[in-house]
Design a protein around this ligand. Structure first.
Ligand SMILES: Cc1cc2nc3c(=O)[nH]c(=O)nc-3n(C[C@H](O)[C@H](O)[C@H](O)COP(=O)(O)OP(=O)(O)OC[C@H]3O[C@@H](n4cnc5c(N)ncnc54)[C@H](O)[C@@H]3O)c2cc1C
Length: 211
């Protein structure tokens, strides 16, 4: 995205892009790493693998790795250590913000009718959208085999989940209108407002909303 952003503004030759990643490939998934590496080379993006952030010195603008290397930066974009969710911790649903989860059934420990998928659970797997997707399929299979036809209140949850990206897309549409959207695909993404909002509203009505 940054490569395209600077290229579109005619600034790419003035900016050095560098990518650091903690394992020994440019992505943990081998297929993605194989695909991405030549693209990085083609785009002139430098990379260093086996780079686990140890410390950042904002005054000197240096990031140090556990492996002993260091990188000088003007702008650092870093992913902070992963933490559990505040809402889970505050409501005493689980320590450190993760819900204790049965790793085989994906149910909440001690509750057979509550399923935990995605980042909320404490199952020791990576917290990614792709894992959440697979977990959802597993729960669906499990429910089917257990003779559970539906999840109580499901339309409400889907409506809730859909309105959020609809609102985000609406914000993007505003930036497209004002000419301040940075992403090259902004107009296309902003066009998702209506289908998302309509789907959300259809589910809201199934959940009992009127109007
Ligand atoms: C920078 C970054 C890059 C990523 N890249 C990838 C990638 O390339 N591929 C990949 O598969 N995954 C990626 N992920 C991980 C992926 O985004 C998450 O694993 C995934 O979104 C988890 O889905 P979830 O539904 O469990 O949680 P979330 O998507 O976090 O959804 C939780 C929702 O709960 C809401 N919420 C929180 N508190 C409250 C409250 N009190 N009341 C109501 N709602 C609340 C939040 O607003 C949020 O909408 C990335 C994550 C980050 C941060």
């Amino acid at each position: 995205m940054l490569h395209d952003y600077f290229k579109a503004r005619g600034l790419r030759d003035k900016v050095k892009l560098r990518y650091n990643y903690p394992v020994n490939h440019v992505h943990a998934t081998a297929n993605v790493a194989r695909w991405a590496k030549p693209l990085f080379d083609e785009a002139g993006i430098e990379y260093e693998t086996f780079f686990n952030v140890k410390e950042v010195d904002p005054a000197k603008r240096i990031v140090y790795s556990e492996e002993g290397s260091e990188v000088q930066y003007d702008l650092l974009i870093a992913i902070p250590p992963h933490r559990g969710m505040q809402v889970i911790e505050e409501n005493k649903l689980g320590d450190a913000g993760w819900i204790p989860t049965d790793r085989f059934k994906l149910t909440m420990e001690g509750r057979d009718n509550v399923y935990v998928i995605g980042d909320a659970g404490n199952v020791p797997v990576s917290k990614t959208g792709s894992v959440a997707h697979c977990e959802a399929e597993l729960v669906a299979d499990y429910c089917r085999h257990a003779g559970r036809a539906s999840i109580e209140g499901w339309p409400f949850y889907v409506a809730f989940a859909m309105f959020r990206p609809a609102a985000l897309s609406q914000g993007l549409a505003g930036r497209v209108r004002d000419g301040t959207a940075a992403n090259a695909n902004a107009a296309q993404n902003a066009a998702a407002v209506r289908p998302l909002a309509e789907t959300a509203w259809a589910f809201a009505k199934r959940a009992g909303a009127t109007g």
